[in-house]
Write a protein that binds this ligand. Sequence first.
Ligand code: ATP
Ligand code: MG
Length: 436
Amino acid sequence: MITKPKGTYDILPEESLKWAKLENVFRRVCAICNYEEIRTPIFEQYETFHRDNKDSSDMVNKETYDFIDRGERKMTLRPEGTAGCVRAYVENKLYVNNKVTKLFYYGPMFRYERPQKGRYRQFYQFGLEAYGPKSPYLDVDIISTAIMLFKAIGLKNLRVRINSLGDKESRDNYRDVLVKYFTENIDSLCADCKDRLTKNPLRILDCKVDKNNDVLLNAPQIGKYLNNQSKEHFNKVLALLDELNIEYVVDPHLVRGLDYYSDTVFEVEYISDALGNQNVICAGGRYNDLVKDLGGPDIPGVGLAFGMDRILLALANEGINIVNPKSLHYFLITLGEEAKEAGEKIIYNSRLKGFKCDMSYQNASLKAQFKEADYNNAMFTLILGEDELTNKKINVKNNHTKEQVSIEIDKINEYLLGEINKCQNCGGKCHEKSTN
Ligand code: ATP
Ligand code: MG
């Protein structure tokens, strides 16, 4: 038997309903907040992510799926969405109108990781990107859109952690202090962090090896080294969040896994042990130089990505069900070949009118077909046998009220619609409900 690749999983029908629902909620929130969809390729040229070896992150250096295609071109399966979006933004000159461009994307990302719960080699991100002036209002537009999403799906027990990495000048000042500090404490650093000391010392603060390492906990904090401009930007972001009653904690040691961030960075954590080290379900920040680095004009950006896999795990852990169970308006049971042929026509006509319906395709007993109707959670079971066919009628059983009536075949859609609308069982919501 051929099995799925390590670190991937199949999303089976029952689960995929939840994915579809979550995606729909995201799309609705994006429409409300005026983010438009962009779809970029799943693979990009290698250089889109490996920019002159500027990035020292694990993701870029150890986790990408790189390959040479049959035309000897070096390619990378996208490990994240931002770089591809920025590449498309620049290549398609979306900046020409000098407007703010607000985009969202959704799709699979690929990282060669050590698979565990909430950490996969193919996983799904829903992301937001905003390109425009370096305005704290845009940072808050992004963060508040994330909050709206979490409100829409009813996920609580969340903590927003936020920090500022400042502009380049601030970061350079801080970097010097940090290098001095970590050099003095080099023996307490893990092998990777010793390497980071020369490449990107800020990333040492993001070390996953020992989060309780005193040397990390006592490291100098960037706040002290922010210049006035960076401080002003960050304080404005915090003040605006306060205005919106969005709760956050300032985490002075929060840096992000990718090297392109500047100024605001943030993460949304799901407060629970259920996901272990994988409890960050949304993360993002500002990247002021990425558009320029990818050959575009000097336009800053800010964005975030939701880890869809982890959000679904968190929802399951909270016992929150976002989808209605699978259901049909009706399931048709037939007895005999002639009834089956007529039945095929009946369901086709109903489907054209928008009814969700199906019939049994097995030559099964009446009992087995009733079971199939149950399995499909049908509101009505329609029964068509030879006698009914002769009388041009069909038996309709309402599975909510258990009532059974005989209806003319030609009137069936009309009748069902009337019944669905007046259904007392669910306040007339059956029709809506069964469309998920
Ligand atoms: P982590 O620290 O958990 O490795 P990250 O900093 O590498 O996360 P980002 O690159 O910021 O993650 O991606 C944004 C979000 O995508 C993460 O907060 C997480 O929810 C999700 N994510 C990242 N990597 C994976 C993965 N391998 N499997 C599932 N979800 C992931
Ligand atoms: Mg990672």
